[in-house]
Design a protein around this ligand. Structure first.
Ligand code: NAG
Ligand code: NAG
Ligand code: NAG
Ligand code: NAG
Length: 306
C-alpha cells in the first residue's frame, strides 16, 4: 500500500455572510448555572437569551456536535406579583393601605373599589374572562379552585392589565362582593443578561416546576425544563454578532490520499468537530485546490468563516 505524507496549508479566506443568523455559542463544559453565567459574561455577553421562537430554532441548530442533552440557558426565576400568564403587573389598583401582605401564598381579590392581598386559601367568589366577557361566579372557593374553575369553563381568572379593564370588571362586581382575580405572588421567569421577563416560553409538557430556579434547554427537541441551579450542564452563551475575517494556517501531516474526495470530506468533518469543541460554532469551510509545490505533495486552501 502506498503510504505518503502530505503537508497541507490551509489558509482561510473569509467572506462574511450577511444572512448569518447565529450568534449563539455552545460551550461543551459541565458547569453549574452560576459558573456558566459568569463564563458567558466574561467570554461573550451572557447566557443565551431566547426572545422569539426563531431564536429557539437558531439556538438548537447551533452546532453542538452530537450533544442532544440538557444545556443551560439564561432563564431563571424570581418571585413577585405576577399575572397567571407569568407577567408582572405594570398597572395596580390596590385599595389604600394594600398590599398588607406580600410573599408566597398570597393572592389578590378585588371589590368594586380596589384590590386586596390575602392568603390564597381564603374562600371568595371569582371572575373569569372568556375572551370577550367578564363573568362573576359567587361560589366561595380558594384562589386555586377559582383558577381551575375558570379553566374548566374555557376561560381564565381575569387579568386586569389596565384601568379600562378594571372599569369593565367593576361594572360586573356587586357592591361589597369580593372576588379573586388572576394575580398572585408567584415565581417570575426572567433572563439573566437583560433582566427581561420572559414572554416567549417553550416549556416541555408539565413544566415549569417552579421548585427549581434555573432553566435548561433540551438540545434534542428545543423544549425547556427547570433544573436545580447547582446541577452541571454544558451551556449556550450569546453575543452580538460581528462578522469577522479570520485567517488560519495549519500544517497537517497525514498518510491518507487527499486526492480522494471521501478523505477530504472526512478531514473536513474532523476539522469542524475540532473547532466546534473549541466553541467555534459559526463557520463554513470549503476547499480549493492549488498546484502541488516542490517540497509538498499538495497545497490547499480552505475558507474558514468565523
Ligand atoms: C458532563 O457530565 C456528564 C454527566 O456526568 C458526562 O456524561 C459528560 O461526559 C460530561 N461532559 C463533559 C464535556 O465533561
Ligand atoms: C432573535 O430573533 C430576533 C428576531 O428574528 C433577532 O432580531 C435577534 O437577533 C435574535 N436574537 C438572537 C440572540 O439570535
Ligand atoms: C361557579 O363555580 C363553581 C365552582 O367551581 C362551579 O361548580 C359552577 O359551575 C360555576 N358556575 C358557573 C355559572 O360557571
Ligand atoms: C374551548 O376553546 C377552544 C378554542 O377556542 C374551542 O375549540 C373549544 O370548543 C372550547 N370548548 C368549550 C367547552 O367551550
Amino acid at each position: 500500500m502506498d503510504v505518503f505524507l502530505v503537508l497541507l496549508l490551509l489558509s482561510a479566506f473569509c467572506v462574511p455572510t450577511a444572512s448569518f443568523p447565529n450568534i449563539y455559542y455552545f460551550v461543551n463544559e459541565n458547569m453549574t448555572w452560576d459558573e456558566a453565567n459568569a463564563y458567558c459574561i466574561k467570554e461573550y455577553l451572557g447566557l443565551a437569551q431566547i426572545t422569539y421562537p426563531e431564536n429557539n430554532t437558531a439556538l438548537v441548530n447551533t452546532p453542538a456536535g452530537v450533544y442532544t442533552g440538557k444545556a443551560w440557558i439564561g432563564l431563571h426565576i424570581d418571585v413577585g406579583w405576577a399575572w397567571l400568564d407569568g407577567r408582572p403587573p405594570t398597572y395596580y389598583s390596590w385599595s389604600p393601605g394594600q398590599p398588607l401582605n406580600t410573599g408566597p401564598g398570597y393572592c389578590v381579590f378585588t371589590n368594586y373599589r380596589g384590590w386586596y392581598s390575602v392568603k390564597c386559601t381564603e374562600m371568595l367568589g371569582f371572575i373569569c374572562f372568556d375572551g370577550s366577557d367578564y363573568i362573576v361566579n359567587n361560589t366561595y372557593v380558594t384562589w386555586n379552585e377559582a383558577k381551575i374553575s375558570c379553566k374548566n369553563k374555557n376561560s381564565t381568572l381575569a387579568q386586569i392589565l389596565d384601568v379600562e379593564t378594571f372599569d369593565k370588571v367593576r361594572r360586573v362586581v356587586d357592591k361589597e362582593k369580593e372576588i379573586w382575580i388572576g394575580l398572585s405572588f408567584s415565581p417570575v421567569w426572567f433572563w439573566s443578561e437583560t433582566q427581561q421577563i420572559s414572554t416567549f416560553m417553550n416549556w416541555k409538557t408539565g413544566q415549569p416546576n417552579n421548585e427549581f430556579h434555573c432553566a435548561a434547554i433540551l438540545v434534542g427537541d428545543g423544549t425547556w425544563t427547570t433544573e436545580p441551579c447547582i446541577k452541571q450542564y454544558p451551556f449556550f452563551c450569546y453575543a452580538v454578532y460581528k462578522s469577522k475575517k479570520t485567517v488560519v494556517s495549519m500544517n497537517i501531516q497525514t498518510d491518507v490520499d487527499l486526492e480522494n474526495p471521501d478523505n477530504q470530506a472526512a478531514l473536513m468533518q474532523q476539522l469542524q468537530a475540532t473547532l466546534a469543541k473549541q466553541g467555534v460554532t459559526d463557520f463554513k469551510v470549503t476547499w480549493t485546490k492549488q498546484p502541488v509545490q516542490k517540497s509538498r505533495k499538495k497545497l490547499d486552501d480552505a475558507c474558514l468563516n468565523v
